[in-house]
Design a protein around this ligand. Structure first.
Ligand SMILES: [Zn+2]
Length: 287
């Protein structure tokens, strides 16, 4: 009985120590948006299409890069990590493959946030994994902007890749993008827009082919890179643009006009709003 009493006593001490530690640890929330075109090894559309012969393989690479980023975030002190599956159907990451410390936002969502669904002002840092450059970017792998139909999308004269307008969505709630992984072109492109954020180029385009790191090496670099970026998050600034906002969308195939938008030429549309999310609604309707 005495032994049992001692055991209970130690146990209670451990519990209260753990509770004390939890209280001392400040919340640090990291939001990871993960696409597929910029994953290690991906070079053509079938690699990231559910009907492609190697899709299952690239799904496991997607999980590997997600888990490397999650681990890097927790090593930097994260207390909560959300992963937004951001590619196509948003059902590429298999839930059982994900590091159990993170939560997964899976499936297409209604509303304008799309690849940034789930972001809010409680987050401290955003990480982009598997990202790709905008439509028309030279020396880029699988470059496009949201759909194959978009020629260019700009807001207030700034031509934006997905990482650009997604950074603006994070900027609306004052959260900075601190890290990007993808091909060399997207890393360069986002640094040009957002400033000198941390990043890992897992591959580069060479004459429509891809020269890249092994998935294992890419994941090691992402783990280290995300850890450093989250630790140094105070260096990154939220990406913000002053309203009102005017978008110019150029497309190959015209879609029906979104209410309030104007057609300004063949395949060219404009829309103005003080609300950035309304701009993204118009973009999503006509892209
Ligand atoms: Zn994608």
């Amino acid at each position: 009985m005495k032994a049992l009493a001692t055991a209970v006593c130690i146990c209670a001490t451990l519990v209260s120590a753990a509770a004390g530690q939890a209280q001392q640890r400040a919340p640090l929330k990291v939001f990871i948006s993960i696409d597929m075109e910029g994953l290690a090894g991906v070079v053509t559309a079938p690699d990231v299409s559910s009907t492609g012969p190697d899709y299952a393989h690239f799904r496991t690479i997607m999980a590997g890069e997600a888990n490397a980023a999650i681990d890097g975030a927790f090593r930097a002190g994260a207390t909560d990590v959300i992963v937004r599956d951001s590619h196509g159907s948003k059902q590429n990451l298999l839930p059982g493959d994900l590091d159990p410390r993170a939560r997964l936002l899976r499936g297409v969502s209604a509303g304008p946030k799309n690849m940034m669904e789930g972001i809010d002002s409680t987050f401290d840092a955003v990480v982009f994994i598997g990202y790709h450059a905008k439509a028309g970017t030279p020396n880029a792998i699988l470059e496009h902007t949201s759909t194959g139909n978009v020629v260019d999308f700009s807001i207030n004269g700034v031509s934006l890749p997905e990482g650009g307008y997604n950074a603006l969505v994070a900027g609306l709630v004052d959260v900075p993008v601190v890290f990007v992984a993808g091909d060399q072109a997207v890393v360069d492109q986002l640094r040009g827009l957002l400033g000198p954020i941390d990043g890992v180029a897992v591959k580069q385009e060479i004459g429509d082919a891809s020269l890249g790191l092994s998935p294992k090496e890419a994941q090691d670099q992402i783990r280290r890179g995300v850890e450093t970026a989250v630790r140094n998050r105070a260096r990154a600034k939220p990406y913000v643009m002053k309203g009102p906002f005017t978008m110019i969308l150029r497309v190959k195939q015209e879609r029906p006009l979104h209410p309030g938008a104007q057609r300004t030429g063949a395949g060219q549309f404009t829309f103005t709003s003080p609300d950035l999310l309304q701009i993204l609604n118009a973009f999503n309707a006509m892209k």
